[in-house]
Design a protein around this ligand. Structure first.
Ligand code: 13P
Length: 248
């Protein structure tokens, strides 16, 4: 079964020379890697144009790490989804817990970003999870409900959810496969209640949080995730390639 393997490089490439080294190593690692899985990279937005050009003739898909909820105007420092789309990127991460935490983004903000991304034809990867102070089930329910209530059945085919418990991010700890599966089933049941069983079965749900080569098969096979959103391990092209290879 084809999986979506997304590298979220976060704010971890401070200089142009680091960026260039990464692109070179990544291309080297992936040039002979035959895979049926979909591999995507989300570099810092400021490098997106460069990555889009570097990876034009490769199967690797590009994505942004965030976007704003308007297409243009007086919004200093924000990134228009239209710009992201015109660079050739095909996806955008929205609602990452780091943005919910440090930029105080709300479920309503995120729903607006999803709406505008779908409008310009880029696929939102909607992160859901919970902050340490919150009840996990309730948080995820609210985060998913606002999406299923405000978007059509057709929209559900063009978006992806990513379950990312905040405590698992960068900690080296992961939930058990049963716990991940339970949350994936919760998300599917919320989608099903509003859009029906078929749509719920087909909506892609990724897992993110300390994914490495050693646990990716478990996450995708035993926990039935449709793919993974990888932070730290994607910073090393060779580790990233190992993860893709593990998926067969
Ligand atoms: P880590 O893989 O570093 O835990 O990060 C996960 C993440 O936040 C991906 O968006």
């Amino acid at each position: 079964m084809q999986k979506l393997v997304v590298g979220n490089l976060k704010m971890n490439m401070e200089s142009v020379s680091q960026r260039d080294t990464y692109c070179k190593e990544f291309k080297e690692e992936f040039k002979d890697l035959k895979t049926d899985h979909v591999v995507a990279l989300c570099p810092p937005n400021i490098y997106l144009e460069h990555f889009c050009k570097e990876f034009t003739h490769t199967p690797v898909i590009m994505g942004a790490q965030d976007c704003f909820w308007e297409l243009y105007g007086s919004y200093t420092g924000n990134t228009s989804p239209k710009t992201i789309q015109s660079l050739g990127a095909e996806m955008v991460i929205v609602g990452h817990s780091e943005r919910r935490k440090y930029n105080h983004e709300t479920n309503e903000d995120i729903a607006q970003k999803v709406a505008i991304s779908l409008r310009v034809g880029i696929m939102p990867i909607i992160c859901v999870g919970y902050l340490d102070t919150e009840d996990e089930m309730e948080s995820v329910r609210a985060q998913v409900n606002i999406i299923v209530d405000n978007f059509t059945t057709d929209d559900m085919e063009n978006l992806v959810f990513a379950y990312e418990p905040m405590w698992a991010i960068g900690s080296g700890k992961t939930p058990t496969t049963d716990e991940i599966h339970t949350m994936i089933m919760l998300i599917r049941s919320i989608v099903s209640a509003r859009h029906g069983k078929d749509v719920a079965e087909n909506v892609a749900i990724l897992y993110g949080g300390s994914v490495v080569a050693e646990n990716v098969t478990e996450v995708c096979t035993n926990a039935y995730a449709d793919g993974v959103l990888i932070g730290r391990a994607s910073l090393s092209p060779s580790n990233f390639a190992r993860i893709v290879r593990m998926l067969g």
